[in-house]
Design a protein around this ligand. Structure first.
Ligand SMILES: Cc1ncc(COP(=O)(O)O)c(C=O)c1O
Length: 434
């Protein structure tokens, strides 16, 4: 799909002064295809050419309540006149930390601005606490843009070696190869490989950092008992378990993946849905670890951490989540999942529709189970992209990259669901020539 005239003109302007015309590489779709935004409202966004889309990207997940959600913008308006950044703790910061504690069960919380910061801090805390330097992560798991974790996020297959002994592949240039010495990577959901690598290296491993489900690879779910297995391994070998809930937190359940899967992390990272699209993140964890964060012990800071706009947004978002906003998210997601599953079956497209309804993934594959990144890597990306590009033409916008789940907000309506399912069927007919 080509972008419209006004998107093209704005893209030209942008690309003169912004590399690729975007402020995150993930937003670039090609010079003639990168749509430029006009505005968002509720479950919709409009591009520069006034085309409206039902938005299932939601800024890569954060906008859990809907764009411009009034209770959130009202709370922000309340704080705008008091100033934003103080180098002093405001009451909103305390309130947000209390609400995170109440919803998730983490004992203590420090705020940050982005998911990248949160995972960077969590890893440092784990390293400091254990006195070990290595991290273990899983292929196809993404934890943000800092150097330690940008390994085997989306490695080329083939190119990342044999799955029993993966080659470490950096996400791109500029990431020092030397850092690979600090990283161990294994496929998700493979108990044997994980246990072997832990047994060989445990004295050096500070933490296992993981997405509880693969929110950056089509919402691949953990096998039954896998998370408990990781928890037990960590306990046995004195390794800290960091659950990266940047995508799942305050989305798949009020208490995030810890509640959804009944698992307890040592450290947890939150961002995205915490602020309904405003930049706020958090590192939560057990008291014995978190209380070691202090001057001269474990460093953790940031000029803008706890700024008033961010914490006001989080405060109001957490209120809405506490009041049951996720029920609407879940029910809309279920309608789409069931409807899409039925249509794919009806049109004989081998596929899996998987994950929690609030962030489900679709993989076009003949396999009856997709359990790791390499399974996704050999699925049919071309047909998926064609279907999604056809949906764009009809005003429905999930991400065209099948790694990215369909994100649902509380503002999506039953009317939207009916519209999407009709559009999905029309797109299938077009792409399959039926
Ligand atoms: C699981 C996970 N962790 C960390 C991050 C990084 O968050 P941010 O983009 O806010 O830095 C992301 C971003 O998509 C993510 O999905």
């Amino acid at each position: 799909m080509q972008s419209g005239v006004r998107s093209k003109v704005m893209f030209q302007r942008a690309s003169n002064v912004i590399p690729c015309g975007v402020n995150s590489n993930f937003r670039y779709w090609g010079d003639d295809k990168t749509l430029m935004l006009k505005k968002g409202q509720g479950g919709y966004i409009w591009d520069q050419d006034d085309n409206r889309y039902i938005d299932y990207r939601l800024g890569f997940g954060p906008v859990i309540l809907g764009h411009g959600f009034k209770p959130v913008t009202d709370r922000i308006k309340e704080v705008l006149e008091m100033g934003n950044t103080f180098a002093m703790t405001s009451e909103y910061e305390v309130s947000v930390a209390e609400k995170i504690h109440k919803l998730t069960g983490v004992d203590m919380v420090r705020l940050a601005n982005t998911g990248t910061e949160a995972t960077m801090h969590a890893i440092r805390i784990a390293r400091a606490y254990t006195g070990r330097d290595k991290i273990l992560k899983f292929e196809g798991h993404y934890h943000g843009f800092h150097d330690t974790t940008l390994w085997n996020c989306y490695p080329p297959i083939p190119g990342a070696g044999y799955r029993r002994s993966p080659v470490l592949v950096a996400h791109g240039s500029g990431i020092p190869m030397k850092l690979s010495e600090l990283v161990i990577s294994v496929p998700f959901n493979d108990r044997e490989l994980l246990e072997n690598r832990v047994k060989e290296n445990w004295g050096d491993i500070a933490c296992i950092i993981m997405e509880p489900l693969m929110g950056n690879t089509a919402s691949i779910m953990p096998d039954e008992g896998f998370l408990d297995f990781v928890r037990d391994l960590c306990d046995e070998y004195g390794i800290k378990l960091i659950i990266d809930e940047v995508k799942t937190g305050f989305r798949i359940a009020k208490g995030g993946a810890q509640e959804y899967f009944g698992i307890k992390a040592d450290l947890v990272t939150y961002a995205k849905a915490l602020g309904n699209g405003f930049p706020v993140a958090a590192i939560g964890g057990k008291r014995d670890i978190m209380s070691e964060i202090a001057p001269g012990k474990i460093p953790l800071g940031g000029t803008y951490t706890g700024n008033a706009v961010a914490v006001a947004a989080a405060d109001a978002t957490l209120d809405a989540i506490e009041d049951g906003a996720l029920d609407a998210v879940e029910s809309h997601g279920k309608k789409l999942m069931e409807g899409i599953k039925k249509l794919l079956m009806q049109y004989d497209v081998p596929s899996l529709v998987q994950g929690p309804p609030s962030m489900f993934g679709i993989v076009l594959t003949g396999k009856d189970r997709v359990s790791e990144y390499r399974d996704w890597a050999v699925s049919d990306h071309d047909t998926y992209e064609k279907i999604i590009l056809s949906l764009f033409e009809k005003g429905v916008m999930p991400d065209k990259d099948s790694r990215e789940p369909w994100f649902i907000s509380a503002s999506h309506t039953d009317g939207d669901a009916a519209f999407v399912l009709q559009a999905f069927e029309d797109s299938l007919k077009e792409v399959l020539g039926k």
